[in-house]
Design a protein around this ligand. Structure first.
Ligand SMILES: [Zn+2]
Length: 240
């Protein structure tokens, strides 16, 4: 096995996970192989789109009160939107390593700015059971697992993934709701498993109004944890 340079949270711009190898096999199985971003026949993400995606600098998202500090790789548009949608709706599993690498960049920037040392618990925002069943895999769970492994192996952090959050009731469809309605809709919709208090980094694919992340934060704090913040792939500009 080749040796790789160790990467610290401060050096997030230089890491390479190598999603192309992992995803190539799945691409052939899923869609006859076309780039999720531009449609060029070949791997799930073509080399041009891959370098564009990797060049997206993670940055803090402006969030309202109650939403934990959140970092994303960019707006939910163009390449990021195409890759997220393709993963959720079409190419599925083959694109998980791509999204996992993107969210890892967000997480490293978050840790660089907000982590004060000590063990890190990586917690995915849970998808609805029906969504997981329809999709055939757990996207946020897979991203959280991949991120925790990266933090342990490449950054030598004491990090582990835990599905510490679970939905307690089905929140109604969020589409068409105002920020206030979404917040109300989400309140007490998640519960965090009690356990040894930890510093928590929450993982999700998207932030829209932040209602879901605020609820995740509330539930985790209620269970005694301290929030570092949230890492997501993309942020939807607020429209309501
Ligand atoms: Zn492409």
């Amino acid at each position: 096995m080749e040796s790789r340079p160790r990467t610290s949270p401060a050096r997030h711009d230089r890491w390479v996970v190598g999603w192309r190898e992992l995803a190539a096999a799945a691409a052939d199985l899923a869609w006859g192989g076309a780039c999720a971003a531009c449609g060029t026949p070949g791997p799930v993400v073509c080399p041009d789109c891959e370098s564009r995606l990797r060049s997206l600098a993670p940055a803090a998202v402006t969030v309202r009160h109650g939403v934990p500090p959140t970092y994303a790789r960019g707006a939910y548009a163009d390449d990021l939107r195409a890759v997220i949608l393709a993963c959720k709706e079409r190419q599925g599993l083959g694109l998980v390593p791509v999204l996992a690498e993107l969210v890892t960049g967000s997480a490293l920037a978050l840790l660089r700015d907000r982590w004060v040392g000590g063990p890190v618990l990586v917690v995915p925002v849970p998808s609805a059971r029906a969504t997981r069943a329809a999709r055939g895999f757990d996207l946020t769970g897979a991203m959280a697992g991949s991120l925790a492994t990266f933090l342990r192996r490449r950054c030598e952090l004491d990090a582990r993934a835990s599905k510490a959050l679970r939905p307690v009731r089905r929140a109604a469809d969020q589409a068409g709701l105002t920020i206030e309605q979404r917040a109300l809709n989400r309140r007490s919709s998640l519960v965090a498993r009690a356990g040894r208090p930890a510093q928590v980094l929450v993982v999700d694919d998207l932030i829209t109004t932040g209602a879901t992340l605020a609820e995740a934060s509330r539930a985790l704090r209620h269970a005694g944890h301290r929030m570092i913040g949230a890492a997501v792939v993309a942020a939807t500009p607020r429209t309501t």
